[in-house]
Design a protein around this ligand. Structure first.
Ligand code: IMP
Ligand code: MG
Length: 184
C-alpha cells in the first residue's frame, strides 16, 4: 500500500504529495452513492452505454460500473490531455473513439475531474451529433471554477482549487495508482 511518505520519498516527477484530500473510504462511500443514483435514473431496459474518458477515469470507472445495477455496456474515449503541465490548454483531440454506435442509446460519460470545463464543453456537442437518446456526465470531482460549465448530472465531490492526484488522476503521468486523492 502506498503511503504519502513512500510516495514523497520517491521524488516522483520532482513533486511530492502534500495532503490527502479524499481518503479511500471517502471515495468508496461516494462512488456507491453515485452508482445508486445512476441505477435509479435508468430503467432496466435502457440501452445504457458508459463511456470513460481515459486515462484519468479508469479507476473511478471500474469502481463505479461494478456498483451500477443495470445492464450496461462500456467503452472508453481518449482525449488529449495537459501533457506535463498543470494548466488546461483548452484544445481537444480525440485519440481513441469508441466503436459502439451512440444512436438511440442512453450514454453516460465518466470523467475524473472538471477543471476549466473545456474537455466536456468540446466533447459533448461532438457526441450529440451521433444522436444518443440521452447524454449525461458523471464526474468524480468538480472544481466549480469552470468559466464554461458543462452541466454534469452526477458530481462526486466539489473539489478544492488545487492540483489533485491519485485514484486515476496524474501529474505528468505520475501518481495515478494512489488509492486516495491528494493535493500536490
Ligand atoms: P478541463 O478540460 O480543464 O475541465 O480538464 C479536464 C481534464 O484535465 C481532466 O480530465 C484531467 O485529466 C485534467 N485535470 C484537471 N484538473 C486536474 C487536477 O487537479 N489533477 C489532475 N488532472 C487534472
Ligand atoms: Mg482526464
Amino acid at each position: 500500500m502506498s503511503t504519502i511518505a513512500e510516495v514523497a520519498k520517491g521524488r516522483l516527477g520532482g513533486r511530492s504529495v502534500r495532503r490527502i484530500v479524499y481518503s479511500e473510504d471517502d471515495i468508496a462511500t461516494r462512488v456507491s452513492e453515485l452508482a445508486e443514483e445512476i441505477t435509479g435514473h435508468y430503467a432496466a431496459d435502457d440501452h445504457l452505454l458508459v463511456l470513460g474518458l481515459l486515462k484519468g477515469s479508469f479507476i473511478f470507472m471500474s469502481d463505479l460500473v461494478r456498483r451500477v445495477q443495470r445492464p450496461l455496456q462500456l467503452d472508453f474515449l481518449v482525449a488529449s490531455s495537459y501533457g506535463s503541465g498543470t494548466v488546461s490548454s483548452g484544445d481537444l483531440r480525440l485519440l481513441y473513439d469508441p466503436g459502439a454506435s451512440l444512436r438511440g442509446r442512453s450514454v453516460v460519460i465518466v470523467e475524473d475531474i472538471i477543471d476549466s470545463g473545456h474537455t466536456l464543453q468540446r466533447l459533448i456537442p461532438l457526441l450529440r451529433e451521433r444522436e444518443p437518446r440521452s447524454l449525461d456526465v458523471c464526474t468524480l470531482l468538480h472544481k466549480r471554477i469552470a468559466p464554461l460549465d458543462p452541466d454534469a448530472r452526477w458530481v462526486g465531490f466539489d473539489a478544492p482549487p488545487e492540483f489533485l492526484v491519485g485514484y486515476g488522476l496524474d501529474h505528468a503521468e505520475d501518481f495515478r495508482h494512489l488509492p486516495f486523492i491528494a493535493s500536490l
